[in-house]
Design a protein around this ligand. Structure first.
Ligand code: NAD
Length: 485
């Protein structure tokens, strides 16, 4: 085992969990056993909540301009340790080193945004009647929790850590049991950056801890990022217990390719979007709707896909179960009459025979009723459907239950606007394969890709992580009394 057994991080210390149940952490790159992760119990969560609750009065009373000093240092520390964090990310998640570097650079941007929060959360003040002033302030919520998925071991935790903490909350994070190492390292960097003990805590585990978070009376708000199936469970359970909840779910992102699209650029974007991070991005292109005569672009997409080499510029998928699930989708589509133009099944990487790889896969002549057209595959696979008109393409996009992202490839601005207005997704791209809104814009989908109000990052996250205090004051007796004062 490459690393020592993983422990929880509570009140500024690594501590063993109260249970003996653990699961192995296996690198998808080559099957190496990296560590073991404890499946903590609700007793461990209680300890973390106790520490966070004890830290809250002092942390929430620290002025925000002081609180964000931690994130200036944290940003610097992430930059300083970029190589080490990227290597760890690749080891536990399986994405390529370059993709991990991009992920860690995104963490830098997320920390940077948090340092701008003092500029963004100034309240409002107005004389609302003679001599009477009303003013608003953003108050932190208290102890909050963040539950995260496997596909971005550092970035998704950093969607919530800097903003929630800079806004004065104390946090418990529950990493994915598949990639539990990065969060421990982030805890160390936060401590080195000067974050007081108890403000940030890590509790490892699976369903039991997630349920305990949703039920805990001292946790005020829960953010969740993961599959739609679990997002629904978490949203229902947390809100049933009167907590604030924002739960981001899965996706099935459609790219609409029009005949006037620039062929080379479109092909490069489509291939990169479907294969980046081995297709394990909630913003990955998973379905493409070819409108009219775009044969020449499909050919180029296949050319681009063939340049993507597993183990070189394509990472591994998270585990064997995922590899088998993705391959079975491809096989089922083939049986149902779709044509496999580029086939990534049965991929082996020399010297990494125990790694879990799926090569880039392009499936053509998919019909909207097939599973590959409807379901999230979460692998480097694109399913191409063909239509004659933009309205038919939009009908397919609108019919899918998710709504994270959609993109159009065209040179016609009017047509792009027509599609922006009608696509049913929270994040839309024009000639962009992965339309992630960078800071200060916020990240969040629609429909079954998100449950709850607001977005998880950027300015929109301020409303989620704070509550508004409104004070009405009068200091001048001459102002008199009327029904409004
Ligand atoms: P997942 O839903 O299986 O797991 C997410 C978290 O929930 C993990 O911490 C896991 O331990 C926990 N969990 C799993 N099953 C549970 C259950 N039955 N009850 C309670 N908790 C449970 O997701 P994943 O496989 O880790 O991540 C991939 C999914 O996340 C994809 O669907 C992807 O689209 C989605 N995702 C969405 C976004 C977004 O912004 N919308 C971002 C990243 C990932």
């Amino acid at each position: 085992m490459k690393y020592s057994a993983i422990q929880n991080y509570i009140n500024g210390q690594f501590v063993p969990a109260s249970t003996t149940r653990t699961i192995d952490v296996i690198s998808p790159v080559d099957g190496t056993k990296l560590s073991t992760v404890p499946m903590s119990s609700s007793k461990d969560l209680d300890q973390a909540v106790k520490a966070a609750k004890a830290a809250f009065p002092a942390w929430s009373k620290t002025p925000i301009k002081e609180r964000v000093q931690v994130f200036f240092k944290y940003k610097y520390l992430i930059e300083k340790h970029l190589k080490e964090l990227s290597e760890l990310c690749t080891e536990e998640n399986g994405k390529t080193y370059n993709e991990s570097v991009a992920e860690i650079e995104k963490c830098v941007e997320l920390a940077e945004f948090a340092t701008s929060l003092p500029q963004l959360i100034t309240g409002e003040v107005l004389e609302v009647s003679k001599g009477v002033e009303c003013r608003t302030e953003h108050a932190p919520l208290g102890v909050i929790a963040s539950i995260v998925p496997f596909n971005f071991p550092s970035m998704v935790p950093n969607w919530t850590i800097p903003n929630a903490i800079a806004l004065g909350n104390c946090m418990i994070i529950k990493p994915s049991e598949k990639v539990p190492l990065s969060c421990g390292r982030l805890a160390e960097l936060l401590k080195e950056a000067g974050l007081p003990d108890g403000v940030f805590n890590v509790v490892h585990g699976d369903v039991e801890i997630v349920e305990a978070i949703c039920d805990h009376p001292d946790i005020e708000a829960v953010s969740f990022v993961g599959s739609t199936k679990v997002a629904k469970i978490v949203y229902q359970r947390a809100t049933h217990n009167y907590k604030r909840c924002l739960a981001l779910g899965g996706a099935k992102n459609h790219l609409m390719v029009l005949p006037d699209a620039i062929p080379a650029m479109t092909a490069q974007n489509v291939a990169a979007s479907m294969s980046g991070c081995a297709g394990q991005r909630c913003m990955a292109a998973s379905a493409m709707v070819a409108v009219g005569s775009v044969e020449h672009i499909i050919e180029k997409i296949c050319e681009e896909a063939r340049k993507i080499i597993p183990g070189q510029n394509l990472g591994a998928v998270i585990n064997k179960a995922s590899q088998e699930r993705i391959e079975s989708y491809i096989t089922e589509a083939e049986k149902n009459g779709a044509k496999i133009l580029v086939d990534g099944r049965r991929t082996k990487v020399d010297g990494k025979e125990n790694g879990t790889y799926v090569g880039p896969t392009v499936i053509d002549y998919v019909t909207p009723d097939m599973s590959v057209a409807k379901e999230e595959i979460f692998g480097p696979v694109i399913s191409i459907m063909r239509t004659n008109t933009v309205d038919e393409a939009l009908a397919i996009e609108n019919a899918n239950p998710y709504g994270n992202a959609a993109s159009v490839f065209t040179q016609n601005g009017g047509m792009a606007r027509y599609i922006i207005d009608r696509a049913s997704a929270g994040m839309i791209g024009v000639n962009v394969g992965v339309p992630v809104p960078r800071e200060p814009f916020s990240f969040g989908g629609w429909n079954e890709s998100k449950f709850g109000v607001g977005d998880i990052t950027g300015k929109s996250s301020i409303e989620f992580w704070t509550k508004l205090k409104k004070s009405t004051t009068k200091w001048n007796p001459e102002a008199g009394i009327n029904w409004m004062s």
